[in-house]
Write a protein that binds this ligand. Sequence first.
Ligand code: PEP
Ligand code: MG
Length: 756
Amino acid sequence: MRNERDSIDLIWNVAELAGLFEKKSTLEGFLTDVVKLIAAHMQSDVCSIYLYDSFRDSLVLRASHGLDLPHDKQVELRVGEGITGHSFAELRPICEADAPSSRYFKIVPGLNEEEFRSFLAVPIRRGPNRIGIMVLQHRQPDHFTQTDTRAMQAIASQLATTLENAEMLMQLRHVAPAPERHYETSTLSVVRGQSVSEGFAEGRSVLIEDRAVQISVADDRAAGEEEDLASLAHALEATHKQLEMLQREIEHDLSDVASMIFTAHLLMLKDHEFVASIEKLIHAGSGPQAAVRSVVHRYVELLSGSANARSQEKAQDLMDLEHRVLRNLQGTVDEGGDYTGQVVLATDIYPSELVRIVAQNAEGLVIAEGGVTAHISILARSLGLPVVLCKEARVFELRDNTPIILDAFQGNLYVDPDDEARKQLQVMRDSVQSESEDGRPMPEHGLTKDGTSIKVMANINLVFDVKLAERNKAEGIGLYRSEFPFIVRSSFPTEDEQYHIYRKILSSMPQSETILRTLDIGGDKMMTQPGLPERNPFLGFRGIRFSLANIDIFKEQLRAMLRAAADCHVQILLPMISSVDEFSRSREVLTDCLAELELEHVPHCETPDLGIMVELPSAVECIDELAGRADFLSIGTNDLVMYMLAVDRTNERVGGMHKHYHPAVLKALARTAQAVASQPEKLSICGEMAADIRMLPFLVGIGIRKVSVEPRLIAKIKFALAEISLDYARRSALELLSLRDIDEVEKYLGIEPGQV
Ligand code: PEP
Ligand code: MG
């Protein structure tokens, strides 16, 4: 008789998983260790991992502890075949007390599975991506319990990222060689662009797409084969160490968006076929650098040719790896990270790439287009990376190492600046610095001149932002945009990964209120997940529509939020609510999650608040009904203005029409505040309008008592509030509401025509 576990023990955290990598020299070795550990932990005779091969639409047995795998051929199951294939096809765990008598049981010749009576199959998935399946088998019948199923689900969730990368790399082993690429360079001087994320940066240029190609590969054939093999081994080892160190560093600050960001790199280094192919070329007479380039390019060509955005992203990972290995072979890598003293040029950039270059100390970034959606600018701002958008093609043809100064306040790029230009820029830099260092102590609370409390909370995009919010004395978190871990990883974080992220946020300010918003993807917050491109993404599959159509993903997120708030309170905010019906359906899903967690005895918050974003005109029209049902409301003016005025907030041609003081918007806000006039604590505002100090008297005057803004703006808002009396605010609101057109409002607010 074995001991019953009374709780779901998680057998790894990320650091332990990384530790497991460190011990193993091959990918297969790593997987073998994983199954061995799970078998021991689950007290099971057999543990196997099958990974899904999407090219062949089949499950391939990659590692097993307890089964004798045939050496000469791989074991493969069709989706739907056997208990394993069936569980995978239906994406649900299957637990059989006596597997051989199950109608789904199938004998795989040579595996001798008939000896094992108990069977537990648990699919591994990440959001909509099917990754593989883990199978436990045991000689005694009726061995596995419901607790075991849940434990295996938790383990599957922890391993999903790593296994997904492992499968992708395993599939890439048999590919054709690719041609070498060429690169043109030229020079130019000053270029005007557009600011995406403010700041100054100075450094030498490096083009990200071809950064490895820029390292010229000399004929580096050394005196002997032995010597070349030794220097290859040394370079791979050094690369491995550097990547692990980098991974650990970013885990500390950016674990929500950067967790396992170097997994593909590390797995590749552990892949004996990858290393063996390079060695083979060295045996055949290549120098180590040329051999590395040739093998990496074979993989990269295949990935780049794929229409799948995720594969293309992996191609970038591999080029990055090549760059590192080559530099180690040349003895030129500095331990601190690759981009110190460099301004990165990239025609397009993935969010994960952005996080990576920040982790690798990039000074600044210039992008051409594409990807310039909300997530790139929000991320860059959160991470403090100056970014300029520049459509001048020649910038991206610059020779490597060209000196560049980036003025990402104005959106200007100075190429090879002379001393005079440098001096002028330094003056500008100093003046920006003295403006931001105001010197006054940060006020603790938001208070009007006559002492009315107006809570000033923080909008958080990354866990990283929490520190700044605390430093700037935020009175709570008024909006956590949960989509960033989804967008940046370009894959879905599992329930467990989400739990850890939400836990960090909720525990950062335990005494203050924290509002976690459910996934708001779509519109300008696109993911690189495969999906149907939409003609009108802003009017498409956005926010709550996505969650309600993907109940499993929605439930994972809600469960993670509830679990993370086991010892505190949580307010869950729903984006893009357009009707009472959507709210009611969401409430039902939340109720289901609460019941499930109760049944599973998983600690969680039992009385969460469920609120809505008021960001659609339809929500304003139904505000009384919605306010009656929702526990709280948060006004999102960024979208509300866009949808009320039919102005795409990312379209330069109409951007100037996105005026949050338009009389229609002012009336909509007053109406919303009126709906909760007797309970002002139920209402907050989190759109950018809340940070416009010209509008503060109006907001206070209509009855808003909580505002949520970017952390860096908190003090500015508190200082402005201290100048406003309640009386003045009320009068100002009434006057503004009586004005008939935009012109009159602009005059009243002292806004020059043409200014926004
Ligand atoms: C808004 O729409 O005002 C808002 C705060 O949400 P987001 O900017 O994330 O769409
Ligand atoms: Mg919004």
